[in-house]
Design a protein around this ligand. Structure first.
Ligand code: GH3
Ligand code: MG
Ligand code: MG
Ligand code: MG
Length: 364
């Protein structure tokens, strides 16, 4: 396949390699990220205004072998194939190296002093590390019993010594294929998990996430003896918005309100969630009542000040807010997620009864 993107020619018909092409263009400069995955290395090309910068990344392999000569031969074959090699003389040394960085592929000898290959396999599998490590076990005998023992210990593959360089290359290709599959599966699972914790209309966290995370946030406040607050926001007379303009327009207004909340809080620290219907919760770690009241009042003004324009009409809404705060240092009764949310809800109810479009707060 030949494609021309902004006068830069990309040729992609090499069946032995996988191309990943990402192109971003701006007005008068062209940036093309061109990643080529070969057997042992990644090549990244950044092309900007006709100037090409190429960066080569080698794929790391941890080689564990006590025999120096064997180790040197393996290292040479792997480097020849384009891999970056880090070596260890036994299982214990390998674990130290493994503990300081992620190695997607480990190629280990079986018989070694201090810790042998089987034990190394077991320890790595028991560590339940977040990312998968593909383990190739090197054996000196081609016996079924040894092979089964190795695979049972957690190895993915075994190679009989002396290792044939061509076989080594194809085994590593298999390892890369499995690792690629594992990583794309993980990405998909993360995406699914994210989707299950986010509200589809507003894009912010849902009630399920709130229920899961709020108790942890409270525990954290107790552990570090830091104040914490929770705001509950409910749009005033929202039923009337739906009744007057239709449910679809109501959805647009709701989404706008969520955006308004997200845009007005401290990113990475505070987090909002859709509690249900037209109610939102904002969790404010490290925030005492006066601080939370400032945030809530600013939010009230922002919601009241914004206008949604659809089909030639301008829709304005207001919201009522309840705030509940606690400080572990002065807290007599232990606070739970239900207690904190319950108090914020009571304040919200008072704000509604007091005429709406207002903030009421309580120190627990
Ligand atoms: P109040 O000031 O007392 O809170 O009055 P309200 O009308 O906002 O409260 P009420 O609980 O009577 O009505 C809430 C409305 O929110 C009714 C429901 O149809 C609407 N609503 C809930 N979820 C959604 C949604 O996802 N989209 C839209 N468009 N409306 C929703
Ligand atoms: Mg050995
Ligand atoms: Mg309401
Ligand atoms: Mg409501």
């Amino acid at each position: 396949m030949i494609a021309i993107i902004n006068r830069i020619l990309i040729v992609d018909n090499d069946t032995s390699s996988v191309f990943q092409i990402g192109a971003v263009s701006s007005r008068d400069e062209t940036i093309i990220l061109h990643v080529l995955k070969k057997s042992g290395c990644y090549t990244e090309k950044l092309i900007m205004n006709g100037i090409t910068r190429t960066t080569k990344f080698a794929f790391p392999v941890l080689v564990v072998e006590d025999n120096l000569l064997m180790r040197k031969i393996l290292e040479a074959s792997l480097m020849e194939a384009g891999y970056e090699v880090v070596s260890a003389g036994n299982g214990r040394e390998a674990l130290e190296i493994y503990g300081n960085g992620y190695y997607p592929i480990i190629m280990t000898d079986w018989v070694m002093p201090e810790m042998d290959g089987l034990e190394l396999c077991r320890v790595i599998r028991e560590s339940h590390s977040e990312r998968y490590t593909y383990i190739i076990l090197l054996t000196s005998q081609d016996s079924k019993t040894e092979m089964i023992q190795g695979l049972e210990a957690g190895a993915d593959e075994y190679l009989v010594k002396p290792v044939n360089p061509a076989e080594l290359t194809v085994r590593l290709k298999t390892a890369r294929r499995i690792l690629d599959l594992e990583s794309s599966l993980k990405t998909s699972l993360e995406e699914i998990k994210n989707l299950s914790l986010k509200d589809s209309l507003t894009g912010i966290f849902n009630r399920r996430y709130l229920n899961e995370r709020l108790p942890h946030e409270i525990k954290r406040a107790y552990r570090y003896e830091r104040p914490m607050s929770l705001i509950m926001l409910d749009i005033d007379h929202f039923k009337a918005v739906n009744d007057t303009y239709g449910h679809q327009t109501g959805d647009i207004v709701l989404k706008g309100c969520a955006d308004c909340i997200t845009g007005s809080i401290r990113k990475e620290i505070d987090w909002p969630a859709r509690f249900g219907g037209e109610e939102f919760v904002i969790v404010l770690p490290e925030t005492d009542l006066p601080g939370a009241m400032v945030v809530a009042e600013r939010l009230r003004q922002l919601v009241a000040g914004r206008a949604t324009r659809t089909n030639g009409t301008v829709i304005r809404i207001t919201a009522s807010l309840g705030v509940a705060s606690f400080d572990p240092e002065y807290q007599r009764e232990p606070v739970t997620a239900e207690i904190l949310a319950g108090h914020a809800d009571k304040c919200l109810y008072q704000a509604k009864n007091g005429g709406r479009n207002r903030v009421i707060g309580i120190q627990l």
